[in-house]
Design a protein around this ligand. Structure first.
Ligand SMILES: [Fe+2]
Ligand SMILES: [Fe+2]
Length: 289
């Protein structure tokens, strides 16, 4: 798709970095982290290649788009060491001149202890809004960006939660935005698209209530999320004013399709949105969607 006019705003979307460290101390494995750590040891260390952090940060900066939205899952088990890696990466983006908006993913509140100690908020102090989430920002061209909280710790599942209070607060923030608006969250509100199908144990509780609120808002909305680790860009089948973008995991190795990671680029235009998918296939490629 070609653009006849310059976009009002441009931003990048980066999802699910999943920095990982294998924890060897048995005293620190006496909770859900035991399962998460096993998953890291067996799978994530091959799937999420941390050595790509620096060249991939360079690739984001090379797009010349200056705003990046990161929708969470910075870590794998919410361990302090993983937050340190994530923090180093985020500081590296800032050093490259990028402005950031961030949200927590379910892996950033992986244990009740991590939530209680507010590890995410402490790690990203200065980036987490003082008033908490949901929060509204304005991009340089005036586009509203709503950051919607959708995560909570769980004993065994990977389910998210959009509380009624947060949905109502987001509704009020949205009411003051001029259309079009970006709404970013960790979890998708659609459970299935051509790109993914979420198991019940990995879905957002109350997703329909959030989706209904967006649909009834009267604004043109791009709902941007991660969590599913797969790219998809679809029109909402019921609400003509809402489109949904899920971006694949930033460092995820996908040998089946010859990809080594990805991110999305969003252009906000007077008449809506344009989405470009950047994939690393030996080198970076950019494709209009
Ligand atoms: Fe997630
Ligand atoms: Fe994830």
């Amino acid at each position: 798709m070609t653009e006849t006019k310059l976009p009002v705003d441009r931003l990048l979307h980066v999802a699910d970095l999943h920095f990982w460290r294998v924890v060897f101390d048995p005293l620190r494995l006496a909770n859900k982290r035991f399962l998460g750590n096993l998953n890291v040891a067996l799978r994530r260390r091959h799937e999420f290649r941390m050595e790509r952090a620096k060249p991939f940060a360079d690739a984001l900066a090379a797009t010349e788009v200056r705003h990046v939205v990161l929708t969470g899952d910075f870590t794998s088990t919410s361990a302090e060491e993983e937050f340190e890696l994530a923090s180093e990466f985020v500081r590296g983006l800032q050093r490259r001149g990028l402005t950031l908006s961030i949200l927590a993913g379910n892996h950033d509140v992986y244990t009740f202890e991590a939530r209680r100690k507010r590890r995410f908020e402490r790690c990203f102090a200065g980036l987490v809004p003082d008033t908490g989430f949901p929060a509204r920002k304005a991009l340089p061209g005036g586009t509203g960006l709503i950051l919607m909280p959708t995560v909570c710790p769980n004993f065994l599942t990977a389910r998210g939660r959009a509380s009624q209070v947060d949905i109502e607060a987001a509704h009020r923030l949205l009411a003051d935005c001029t259309s079009p608006v970006i709404v970013a969250a960790h979890y998708p509100v659609l459970h299935r698209t051509y790109g993914y199908a979420s198991r019940v144990s990995r879905r957002l509780r109350n997703a329909e209530a959030l989706r209904r609120m967006l649909g009834a808002s009267g604004k043109r909305i791009l709902y941007v999320c991660g969590h599913v680790h797969r790219f998809s860009y679809v029109q909402d089948p019921e609400y003509a004013n809402v489109a949904h973008l899920s971006t694949g995991a930033f460092f995820r190795d996908d040998p089946e399709h010859g990809r080594q990671g990805e991110f999305s680029e969003i252009h906000v235009c007077d008449d809506g949105f344009r989405v470009f998918r950047h994939t690393h296939e030996g080198e970076w490629r950019r494709q209009a969607c």
